[in-house]
Ligand binder design. Structure first.
Ligand code: HCA
Length: 407
């Protein structure tokens, strides 16, 4: 199958539902921060964005309007600016008034949703959703419209098809949200296969929550089975454990779909992760594939091998995704190879291999001292100072210009 894959960014919708905004005492991004993130995403090549409907509140309404206006100043590319709306006229009207040029409608008809969430019977839900979509279509025949049955993977299949049958005449795209993150890749392949057969005239979108840590695997399965639109956010921020990060999704998908290297400006992946880190004032998550953590080595065996040939423990080309250095961290697990390298290349000691081995033995006997109050470097320097090893004189200017990464 040969169709263009598109990332839909939902940082400004599901991303703002992330508990991490509360854990970091951020609560909500300021408009200035949103503008920076939007610029970063546009620089990366994202053209599809999902926003809250303004019914969420005044602050969001103001921001959605401002972001839509700002986005248009940042690129000449056509943008799809989607309002995330319940199947309620007011959500839809307010999203369109705010400047959205597409709608992401959603409604759940799982047994749980019928009883406890939307609290509508299947028949009532079908009428509500199809009336809403039909009204939009009558007034705006060309408007992009997506419909998603919330919690699709826990919804009775016959109910799901009845709902989608009713929506099929009106929409451009069907989404299949795994709202509580229970799908496995084989479930995704199966559901996408059925949808493609039953509804050949619409595109498909996926929205996978990461409750089981399977979101990336599910994205790969979905795209392989024919899904066009992939919902992502910066860092994968979203409700609970989140959704796939945009950078991780692009990194994974680009292995099988190399055309993504032309469609997106992939070298902007790491910078956008760092931008989010500076806004949330915390580190890029260690589970993020496009991170410096993924280029950091701590065990002696790994450090020795990476000093010789980094491919031994680095299988992926993160350079294309903007991670342009790696790190070997001196610590309790380091061996003499790194200690020799560190003392010679970083601290400029005129040290021999034999001296480095001896210092390493002493260091290894005292690593219990390393901790919050005592850095490994301090312990090592204290030890090396007992050896009376002279330092190399470096030509002037070298200190300022050299880089201590190993690229
Ligand atoms: C939500 C639920 C949602 C919607 C997904 C979608 C989900 O927070 O409203 O509209 O595509 O996971 O079902 O995020």
């Amino acid at each position: 199958m040969n169709q263009r894959i598109e990332m839909i960014d939902t940082t400004f919708r599901d991303g703002q539902q992330s508990p991490l905004l509360f854990d970091t005492l951020k609560y909500r991004f300021t408009l200035e921060e949103k503008k920076l993130l939007l610029a970063g995403l546009i620089e990366l090549g994202i053209t599809h964005f999902e926003f809250f409907s303004p019914v969420v509140g005044k602050a969001e309404e103001d921001d959605v309007r401002a972001l839509i206006a700002h986005a248009k100043t940042l690129t000449d590319k056509p943008l799809l600016l989607l309002g995330h709306c319940r199947c309620h006229a007011v959500d839809i009207e307010r999203a369109l008034e705010a400047g959205c040029n597409g709608l992401n409608l959603y409604l759940g008809v799982s047994a749980l949703a019928q009883q406890h969430n939307a609290q509508k019977s299947l028949e009532e839900a079908i009428t509500l959703a199809s009336d809403a979509a039909k009204n939009v279509r009558l007034q705006l025949p060309d408007l992009y419209m997506r419909f998603s049955a919330e919690d699709a993977f826990r919804t009775n299949r016959q109910d799901l098809w009845l709902l989608y049958d009713a929506m099929y005449p009106f929409v451009n795209t069907f989404g299949i949200p795994d709202t509580v993150g229970l799908a496995e890749p084989h479930d995704v392949t199966e559901v996408v296969g059925i949808l493609r057969q039953k509804y050949p005239n619409v595109a498909l979108e996926c929205h996978f929550h990461n409750d089981r840590g399977l979101a990336f695997a599910n994205v790969l399965a979905a795209v392989r089975a024919g899904v066009k639109y992939v919902d992502t956010s910066i860092w994968g921020l979203a409700e609970r454990s989140g959704i796939p990060s945009v950078t991780g999704a692009l990194f994974n998908l680009s292995k099988s779909y190399p055309e993504l290297h032309n469609q997106y400006n992939l070298s902007q992946c790491y910078p956008i992760n760092v931008l989010m880190a500076s806004i949330l004032n915390t580190l890029v998550p260690y589970t993020e594939p496009v991170s410096l953590t993924n280029r950091t080595h701590t065990a002696g065996v790994h450090q020795k091998a990476v000093l010789n040939e980094k491919k031994v423990y680095e299988a992926h080309n993160l350079h294309d995704f903007g991670v342009d250095k790696n790190q070997l961290l001196l610590g309790p697990l380091s061996g003499w190879n790194l200690i020799y390298y560190y003392l010679k290349e970083v601290e400029n000691y005129a040290i021999t291999r034999e001296q480095a081995k001896s210092i390493t033995e002493a260091f290894k006997n005292q690593t219990h001292q390393i901790g919050r109050g005592r850095k490994p470097e301090d312990l090592l320097i204290q030890l090396v100072e007992t050896y009376n090893i002279p330092k190399n004189e470096l030509p002037s200017g070298v200190e300022e210009t050299r880089l201590e990464n190993l690229d």
